[in-house]
Ligand binder design. Sequence first.
Ligand code: PXP
Length: 238
Amino acid sequence: MMTKLSVNINKIATLRNARGGNVPNLLQFAIDSQKFGAQGITAHPRPDQRHIRYQDAIDLKSVVHTEYNIEGNPMDEFVRLVNDIKPTQVTLVPDAPDALTSNAGWDTIKHCVFLTEMVTEFKSNGIRTSIFVDPVESQIEGAKTTGVDRIELYTESFAQQFPHSPKTAIAPFVACAKLANNIGLGINAGHDLSLKNIAFFKSQIPGLLEVSIGHALIAESIYSGIENVIASYLDKLR
Ligand code: PXP
C-alpha cells in the first residue's frame, strides 16, 4: 500500500516572510511539489500568522489539486476559515498560540466533548477529520469516541529515539497502529520525519495512509533540490 506524502509548506512561508516580499512564491512551491509527485499539501496557519497566513490558506485552495490538509488549533477563526475553504482534511492540533511548533497530541479523553463537537461540525461540511495524538492506546480509543475519521500519530518521540534504538522507538507506534486498524480509524503521521527515518517508520506501521512532512523535507531540499527530495520520499513510501 502506498502511503501518501503531504508536503507541509509552512517553512516556505517563513522564508518568504523574512523579507516581506513574495520570494519564494508559496503558491508556485505548492504547484511544483504536486508536479514532482507529492500527493498532498499541508498548511498550518497560526493565530499570529508568522508563517502561513490565513490569506495563504485561502489562496492555496485554487492550486491544490491533490489532497489539501489544513492543520491547527480549532479556535473560532480557524474553524471559520476551514469551513469556508472546505479542504480535503482538517487535522486538529492542540498547539498553544506561542508554541514554536506542535509539541503534544490532544488529551482525547479530557477534551472528548469539544473534539466531538468539532469533528461533527467539520464532517457535516464534507471535510475529512483527523486528530493529532501521542502514541498512547487510551488516546486512540478516546479519539474513536469523537467520531473522527483518522488519527495523526505525533512522531517526535520516534524521531528522537530512532538513531539510538529503532525497536524501542517504534514499539508504541506499532501498538497504536494495530489498535487504530482494529477499531476502524485511518492512520496519518507526522513531525520530525525525514529521509533518514521514514523508510523504517513506513515498514513498521501497518495501514499508514499519509505522512505530512515539512521541516526536514525543506532542509534536505537545500542540498538536493525539491524535485529529488520528493522523489526520494515517494520511493521510500511505496
Ligand atoms: N503534523 C503536525 C500536526 C504538525 O504540526 C507539523 C509541524 O507543523 C507536522 C506534522 C510536520 O512536522 P515537521 O515540520 O517536523 O515535518
